[in-house]
Design a protein. Structure first.
Ligand SMILES: Nc1ncnc2c1ncn2[C@@H]1O[C@H](COP(=O)(O)OP(=O)(O)OP(=O)(O)O)[C@@H](O)[C@H]1O
Length: 576
């Protein structure tokens, strides 16, 4: 928790008030036994009703003060803890947004969700408890012991032996508890993981009739979570009776010792009652410790999980140069690339040039490195060796935002957000006018489809675009890239779900945009219209040239050409 001190800074004032009010409650609780001793010794034993009434009235008055303090303290504790959680959540969200892909791969999505929800809630609860009772319990213990010594050092001596023993035991329980609860949180990650996969892949689960299988997977994850939680709670709950037992023995000792001192006349009955009362207060504070230790262990585990995210270093920005591309020609110079944390060379010594305004098709078998090549251009990953430049400017010397602002990237899987069609297109350029949005939609061949929707551009798209076809989603993603008016357009198999006619219209419309286009495709018919085709195999550029050139120079390209021609013929015969 101490790591999160900076998050508490803005709330120093309300926290101070909450702590002050808590101290008032505590003081009242500590004064009570003292007053009670006075009432017994000077009122009841001397049969003086006025003393009983006088001190009794004071007891009621300060009890009311403690009640009011408790109420206001709760208000401040709730305000501070909720605001504190809100601030951390916001900070983590911003942090995750700035993550490189390498950092993202260290935290599965489900784990990040658990950290941003459940783990932060643990910290919130701990802070709330901290301002309400957590500090109060140890202070009550310390205060009770001090008061006991003030009342009668002879009777209070036993606390000197018992309390250090209890403190050692508590430290041990907390250390073990933290380990147990860290395990609980990681099991919770697993449950969220299975849940997330199932909710996202619900259609697939139904189509493959895998409900039972997924049900078993979920049961396994939740059972494991239950077992870990039970183990953690059991560990803490069984330790607490030991502490209470030690305290009860101490109280018995005070009674036995008190009896001897009362007979000697060295201690009064009211003083024995007061010390026993303080003993009971220590015992009740200790029984609260089972909750406190549980909260602290849990929040310690959660705090370290949240710190893991917050402590990640941001992407290093080497230079801050900004540059506006005027041409858009791309040069790969002996580029090699390996994904962080792996040994497989995904792109090997790649060199090629794309002239400004050209359309280049990238082809190759599955896993040949096409998507990886695309991810290097907006610097989602950094190259291991070699250089990529646009307009003769090395992209690794450019400001990241400035570079990405000039690129329209359409990933392999069309990603849409819940919101209207218009908002989804404008997501690519928040300053785009409605006319520019329509222009982009027209070029992406989706305008007519949108116009046929019930609310046209204002139609709400369901989560992940569930109410759209694959081809419609792809075209919306292309429109989103075009509305940026990019200098470099990257289409990662983004026309695969389109029929030949729509695809060729879309490609023709792209020519009106003054940008360099690189498109990954599996279809010769698509590649045919490109100025140049790059053919990849196992991360190596094995062919480069126009359709006609490659047919003559690349046996692999010729083979793909013939197999696709054959498929087309079979299709035509089948339809006839
Ligand atoms: N995030 C990643 N971490 C590690 N290795 C990866 C990652 N993404 C891809 N790879 C590996 O890099 C290689 C190239 O993958 P890439 O996605 O670039 O191929 P591709 O040609 O686009 O394939 P496809 O046509 O099937 O999409 C593959 O061997 C793949 O296993």
């Amino acid at each position: 928790m101490l790591k999160f001190r900076s998050f508490l800074k803005p709330y120093r004032f309300p926290m101070s008030i909450a702590l002050l009010l808590m101290l008032i409650e505590l003081a009242v609780e500590l004064i009570h036994p003292l007053l009670m001793a006075k009432i017994i010794d000077e009122g009841i034993l001397k049969e003086d009703l006025s003393v009983v009434m006088q001190w009794g009235g004071i007891m009621v008055g300060i009890s009311l003060l403690a009640f009011a303090s408790g109420m206001v303290n709760s208000f401040y504790a709730a305000h501070v803890s909720q605001s504190f959680g809100f601030d951390i959540r916001k900070q983590i969200f911003i942090k995750v947004q700035s993550f490189s892909f390498e950092n993202l791969s260290r935290f599965p999505a489900a784990s990040l969700i658990t950290r941003m929800t459940n783990d932060i809630t643990q910290l919130q609860n701990t802070l709330f408890m901290g301002l309400r009772i957590m500090l109060r319990s140890p202070l009550l213990i310390i205060g009770s012991i001090i008061m006991s010594f003030i009342v009668s050092p002879a009777l209070a001596g036993i606390f000197v032996v018992v309390i250090p023993l209890i403190v050692l035991l508590l430290i041990w329980i907390m250390k073990r508890g933290s380990r147990y609860f860290k395990r609980v949180q990681s099991k919770l990650d697993k449950v969220n993981d299975v849940l997330r996969e199932n909710l996202i892949g619900m259609r697939l689960v139904k189509a493959y009739v895998r409900r039972d299988h997924e049900g078993k997977r979920f049961s396994h994850a939740t059972n494991s979570l239950r077992d870990s939680t039970v183990n953690a709670l059991r560990m803490i709950e069984t330790s607490m009776p030991i502490l209470l037992f030690i305290m009860n023995i101490a109280i018995l000792f005070i009674l036995w010792n008190g009896h001897t001192h009362v007979i000697n006349g060295s201690v009064q009955v009211g003083e024995v009652v007061a010390i026993v009362n303080y003993g009971f207060r220590v015992t009740s504070a200790l029984s609260m410790f089972s909750f406190i230790v549980m909260f602290l262990s849990r929040s310690h585990a959660s705090a370290s999980r949240i710190s893991e995210v917050l402590d990640i270093e941001n992407d290093r920005q080497k230079y801050e140069d900004t540059y506006t591309f005027t041409e858009g020609n791309v040069v790969f110079d002996q580029v090699s690339f390996t994904y962080p944390g792996t040994n497989q060379v995904v792109l090997n010594d790649l060199s090629f040039t794309v002239n400004a305004g050209e359309m280049i098709a990238v082809m190759g078998g599955t896993g040949s490195g096409k998507s990886s090549l695309f991810q290097l251009l907006p610097r989602l990953y950094e190259v291991n060796s070699g250089k990529i430049s646009i307009d003769n400017i090395a992209i690794d010397s450019m400001n990241l935002k400035n570079l990405r602002d000039q690129i329209g990237f359409v990933p392999q899987e069309a990603v849409l957000f819940s919101g209207t069609v218009k908002e989804n297109i404008a997501w690519g350029n928040e300053h785009a006018t409605f006319e520019e949005i329509i222009e982009a939609a027209k070029a992406a061949q989706i305008h007519e489809t949108i116009e046929a929707l019930p609310n046209k551009y204002e139609t709400i798209i369901g989560q992940k675009g569930v109410n759209l076809s694959g081809g419609q989603k792809q075209r919306l993603s292309v429109a989103r890239a075009l509305v940026r008016k990019p200098k470099l357009l990257l289409l990662d198999d983004s026309t695969s779900a389109l029929d030949v006619k729509t695809e060729s219209k879309l490609l023709a419309a792209l020519r009106c945009y003054s940008c360099t286009t690189l498109l990954i495709t599996q279809k010769i018919s698509t590649a045919q219209g490109a100025h140049k085709i790059l053919l990849l195999e196992d991360g190596i550029l094995i062919g480069e040239g126009s359709h006609d050139q490659l047919r003559k120079t690349s046996p692999l390209y010729e083979k793909i050409y013939h197999s696709q021609k054959m498929e087309e013929l079979i299709d035509v015969q089948a339809t006839n």
